[in-house]
Ligand binder design. Sequence first.
Ligand code: NAD
Ligand code: UGA
Length: 472
Amino acid sequence: MNNYVVKKICCIGAGYVGGPTMAVFANHCPNIKITVVDINQERIDAWNSDDISQFPIFEPQLDKLVLNCRNKNLFFTTNLEQSISEADMVFISVNTPTKTKGVGAGKASDLKWVEASARQIAKFSNSHTIVVEKSTLPVKTAETIKKILLSSQENNLEKTEKSFSVLSNPEFLSEGNAIKDLENPDRVLIGGDDEKAIDALSEIYSNWVPKNKILKTNIWSSELSKLTANAFLAQRISSINSISALCESTGADINQVKKAIGMDTRIGEKFLSPGPGFGGSCFQKDILNLVYLSSFYKLEEVANYWQGVIDINNWQKSRISRLIVNYLFGNVSEKKIAILGFAFKANTNDTRQSPSIDVCKDLLEEGAHLSIYDPKVENSKIIDDLQNDLNKLKVNQGYGYWEIASSVLDAANGSDAIILLTEWDEFLNIEWEKLIKLMRKPAWVFDTRSCIDYKKARKAGLNVWKIGNSLI
Ligand code: NAD
Ligand code: UGA
């Protein structure tokens, strides 16, 4: 049996996964033509921009990789038909957010973009095509994709040589580290039952990933492993955050506890940083999906167990908002509060599910005047996230208001408190002496990431609240 030869790849979805992943593929596989397609013209134009600051995604090192291959073997386009029809392998890398209405609303993933992609592949492909699930999907989605593809084979009126293999190849990159993760993954997971197709994908990765890191499983294990990996990671954060609250009540210090438990090699030191709760587009969505699947299979205890991880996360965000209000004499109405960081973590411009959004909304509800600064997030995203119009409507009803600040100093000027919500490097070396002169006294800093030099802040005269530590 001949092996499949992959000369052309199409990736549907030019987002946080499609863009960086294909940039890395293109750099390691100069002989493969890679086309990244999207329905969003603005996004494609941004990827094609001569000005790298206009790229739709900020990721360290990404611009260099794109510039190295763009219009050589890496193309960004909206021409779906052509890209699919010439491709030997098509990656589905579209968004899979939580459904907001209908069956499974609030829990199940909305698969309409995945289904649309499968239908487009079914329509436009005209030879054997390896279809790769790159998006994070509920277990058994491959079955739906296969059914759609099969129906196109059966109704193939043009009698072209259409046939398909379906693989699952979930992505484990984390934002802000995308290129490092893609260049040097802990593992690459390929699930499927067509050995030739698995070999073809494995061959591509083996251009830069050692063969012993390429793990081959059945397709359902692959789909479920991705949801499980995210659930385990999120569970660690909820665990440490729950203990951060206990530290604040007992006099223990979360960083000391973190170190003590992290040195146990069975626990490990990574992913134990306390914070305002996990954000990002995936942890909550993927756990909700796991909860939904467990309930679907009548495993209520399993569903409740994972729901607890989400519940603690929501509680952490709201307890932080509440304690800020309490420390500021139970009243923040009309008080200026500086919000440092709006991205859900450092080194990304992504604000999806950012804890900053919840904390800001809680404080606006209390009537605060927020001045928000983030070094990378575009103003338009902050406006979308805080719903500008709603804000304006509420201004006369005691609801607060907010503005975008151009720097840390600008945000802090005239404020009663600084709330550090994202651990950007820029915030680690704030000159507190300079800052406090601009603030109203008593001046506060609330460090939800435990990352500032609190001794310097204290010395400058600020009151300091630091997550997981009541003794400052
Ligand atoms: P994203 O929203 O940034 O990008 C998805 C893109 O797909 C959008 O630009 C959208 O316009 C496009 N799209 C949707 N339907 C389309 C269609 N029919 N044809 C062409 N384009 C279409 O999403 P993302 O963050 O890249 O996530 C994609 C998937 O990868 C999700 O399932 C997510 O769970 C998973 N994932 C994300 C990350 C991450 O760090 N963001 C990491 C691992 C896995
Ligand atoms: C996460 C996973 O780490 C990736 O492996 C996965 O591919 C991805 O989700 C996905 O499926 O989308 P990401 O959300 O980009 O990646 O970022 P993380 O570094 O995991 O951070 C998620 C959230 O947890 C952030 O809000 C971060 O600040 C928070 N976090 C992380 C903590 O509060 N403490 C930690 O110790 C680590």
